[in-house]
Design a binder for this molecule. Structure first.
Ligand SMILES: Nc1ncnc2c1ncn2[C@@H]1O[C@H](COP(=O)(O)OP(=O)(O)OP(=O)(O)O)[C@@H](O)[C@H]1O
Ligand SMILES: [Mg+2]
Length: 243
């Protein structure tokens, strides 16, 4: 099972949009996919039309109950979050096994791909995702100075690789919300030069349909299958399958 943590502690860069639509695109390619919401904001759950559920990832992290799975489509599943999750942070911090809870819960799952939508912080919930993950996808918004702060993620990754998860692999940096004012080439060259990290061939263009789909609780493939957003996430899924 490939477990991909989708991270950036900067808010609003496109983590949730990427988790939902890349997840759905991989499912449309015939893979069995689980998307996990580990953000107390629960945006992923809302954006896929699942709100205020009885059981959320919170109960599993704290009480060790099996992950609650909502089947959204043939081979597309969601593990939802809710606001309670913010309380989990303190509880996990006080638990000697607090870094390993998600890893333990995922051992019991059997999917081809599991994508984890992280909160905009590098706290213990993101650490749980990085400890459980086989791979890391860093979302970078295409804007001036977007690359500032990425070093913090790479430093945390290195610390996690040292002891907690030596196998953790950086799959790549994904440039999102690309528009005509910023050149992909300049963002991607700067990121490559500064961090010696690979940047995905595919970048995600700014596309209002992506935001509209979210507000309707749908993936881009249901909301606007012919949009640039659908095209870009389809292409990203193919690039990841070929890696
Ligand atoms: N390619 C895009 N084109 C246009 N709008 C986008 C695109 N990607 C994301 N958005 C919009 O930008 C906003 C932030 O995106 P998103 O919620 O995915 O970011 P995030 O990194 O998950 O944020 P947070 O850090 O708060 O969790 C949302 O309103 C979303 O609909
Ligand atoms: Mg989000």
């Amino acid at each position: 099972m490939k477990i991909i943590a989708i991270v950036n502690h900067k808010g609003g860069v496109g983590k949730t949009t990427t988790t939902a639509n890349l997840g759905k695109a991989l499912a449309l390619e015939g893979k069995k996919v689980l998307v996990i919401d580990i953000d107390p904001q629960a945006n992923l759950s809302q954006s896929l039309g699942v709100e205020s559920t009885e059981n959320s990832i919170y109960h599993s992290l704290i009480e060790n109950t099996p992950l609650p799975l909502h089947q959204l489509d043939d081979n597309f599943y969601l593990c939802p979050s809710d606001l309670d999750l913010s309380e989990a942070e303190t509880k996990l911090q006080n638990d000697v096994n607090g870094y390993f809870q998600l890893k333990k819960l995922l051992k019991k799952q059997n999917f081809d791909y599991c994508l984890i939508d992280c909160p905009p912080s590098l706290g213990i919930l993101t650490v749980n995702a990085l400890v459980a993950a086989t791979d890391l996808l860093i979302v970078v918004q295409a804007e001036f100075l977007a690359m500032k702060g990425l070093q913090n993620i790479l430093d945390l990754t290195e610390r996690i690789q040292e002891n907690l998860n030596p196998e953790l692999n950086i799959l790549g940096m994904l440039i999102t919300q690309l528009n005509n004012t910023v050149f992909r080439k300049s963002v991607s060259e700067t990121v490559k030069d500064m961090y010696q990290s690979s940047v995905f061939e595919t970048s995600i263009r700014q596309n209002i349909a992506l935001a509209e789909a979210t507000s309707q609780g749908k993936s881009i493939f249901e909301y606007a299958p012919d949009s640039n957003g659908a095209e870009d996430y389809r292409k990203l899924a193919k690039e990841i399958l070929n890696k």
